[in-house]
Design a binder for this molecule. Structure first.
Ligand code: NAD
Length: 462
């Protein structure tokens, strides 16, 4: 309890000492209605911009993201008390390099005796977006690149716990736009985001599309709004390891993925299922990778520390979310001279620390009799989020069976979870993974509506 108090004081002091850039001015309005009106005005200009100008603005957003990657990362850690600056910097660098721009907007053509038909991707207009405190500026920058490429402007209701960092990202986006000859307010936000301000966004007639990145509560609220909504909800990704895997590599990959930004990403490994033949070997190699194997009494202390039971339901202690393994060990009174990256423990599939999405480097390990039981347990732990699962195996049949049974937006095989974001894996980057509504990793084309443009009897020269 005392460690918890010290942690809160440290977080408050860090907030005071946080890097103080020039105040976020561009695109930030005192209330949500003004933020929406300004984004609507701006969208009239954006709709008339050439694709080349859109791309020029996006290039400048990428440049500003890189120039400010360190500052935004330090601000986020200081403001939220979660994650670590070096991994946050890597996420900014990744999004700057690999978030798709205008090249993602394509046209389909059909030509024949009856003429020519084009199916083009047009903007929704003004998008309302909700962003999390776990990847605050990353989500805002990545969303805006895609939304602008598609011809939209966007109004953000950022997470209140990350408002300074989020609004600074909005400010940089607008700075990038006018430096590149674009309008201001291509992205807007409010100075004091609240649940009430998100509800204004959900109901406003000028908002054509909602894009919601966060936990189950906010995604459900958006889906009930009556508007078209893209829902990027919670995950609790299990990682399955079978006896055909390269166990040493699996251990290294799992620890790398699960400790990235202190386990904040929704895609990060949150629990392990290991077949009994290789479970001991996996634990052995995980210890070599800097894991601390917690004993039952320490696991009990962890449970009491990281979860609070309110009205009979477990709630995350937000002071533990995104903390390093060493900070978490200190909170339960464990000191060690070794460098610890992750806490591991053994439990069954009903263990609350394995079932709950903790977003901190604590990984429970469940032993399965064989890969088939492992698949069943992993699917149960994924809990119907349809978000992400991961597997280490050399058997293509087992990989296929797991992929089919899990039916998730992401399935990473034989790599750390962050390969799914294009970090050491092929493919583009996104910080909004539409698990609930099925679009998967979102990009510019996700933020468009389809328009059919038909010309009768002409322009087919076949
Ligand atoms: P959160 O759900 O606590 O907050 C998200 C935002 O929604 C905040 O702005 C919050 O104020 C607002 N909000 C919450 N409930 C609301 C309601 N009922 N109505 C209107 N607004 C509401 O999420 P968080 O703690 O910032 O982020 C962590 C969660 O988000 C995890 O569950 C994680 O898995 C998920 N996440 C998902 C993705 C994805 O791409 N699928 C990406 C990042 C995070």
């Amino acid at each position: 309890m005392q460690a918890d108090l010290i942690q809160r004081i440290v977080t408050e002091v860090l907030k005071e000492l946080a890097p103080t850039p020039s105040p976020a001015e561009y695109g930030i309005f005192p209330d949500m209605d003004t933020a929406i009106a300004q984004a609507r005005e701006s969208q009239k200009h954006v709709a008339r911009l050439s694709m080349a100008t859109r791309e020029k603005i996006i290039a400048n957003i990428r440049k500003k993201t890189l120039e400010n990657a360190g500052l935004l990362s330090d601000m986020a850690v200081a403001e939220t008390g979660m994650g670590n600056p070096s991994d946050k910097r890597a996420k900014h660098e990744l999004l700057a390099a690999r978030t798709p721009g205008i090249e993602d907007i394509t046209t389909k053509a059909y030509s024949g005796d009856a003429g020519l038909t084009l199916v083009e991707q047009g903007p929704f207009g003004v998008i309302g977006a909700i962003t999390p405190c776990t990847n605050p500026s990353e989500t805002i920058l990545c969303n805006t690149i895609g939304m602008l490429a598609a011809g939209n402007t966007v109004v953000f209701n950022p997470h209140p716990a990350a408002v300074r960092t989020s609004n600074y990202a909005v400010h940089l986006i607008n700075q990038a736009s006018f430096e590149a000859g674009g309008p201001d307010n291509i992205a807007t936000s409010t100075a004091k985001p609240t649940i009430e301000s998100s509800n204004i966004l959900f109901k406003h007639p000028d908002i054509g599309l909602l894009v919601v990145t966060g936990g189950p509560g906010v995604v459900t609220a958006a889906l009930k709004s009556g508007k078209r909504a893209i829902g990027a909800g919670a995950g609790n990704p299990p990682v399955l390891v079978d006896e055909t895997a390269d166990i040493k590599k699996a251990a290294a990959d799992i620890v790398a993925g699960a400790t990235f930004d202190n386990n904040l990403p929704c895609i990060a490994e949150k629990g392990i299922i290991a077949t009994i033949k290789i479970a001991d070997e996996l634990i052995h190699y995980m210890k070599q990778e800097g894991c601390y194997l917690a004993q039952p009494h320490e696991v009990e202390k962890l449970r009491e520390t990281v979860l609070e039971i309110k009205d009979g339901h477990p709630r995350l202690n937000r002071n533990c979310v995104g903390k390093s393994a060493e900070e978490l060990l200190r909170m339960i009174g464990v000191s060690t001279n070794e460098k610890i990256r992750c806490i591991i423990f053994e439990g069954d599939e009903n263990h609350i620390l394995i079932k709950e999405e903790l977003m901190m480097p604590i990984l429970g390990i469940v032993r399965a009799q064989d890969v088939h039981e492992g698949i069943r347990i992993a699917v149960t732990l994924e809990a119907g989020n349809r978000h992400s699962v991961h597997m280490h195996s050399k058997n293509v049949d087992y990989l296929t069976q797991f992929g089919q049974a899990a039916d998730t937006a992401i399935f990473v095989k034989n790599a750390p979870s962050f390969a799914a974001l294009g970090f050491g894996g092929e493919g583009f980057c996104s910080f909004t993974i539409a698990s609930r509504t099925g679009e998967g990793l979102t990009s510019a084309s996700t933020f468009t509506k389809s328009r059919r443009c038909v010309l009768g009897d002409s322009l087919s020269i076949r």
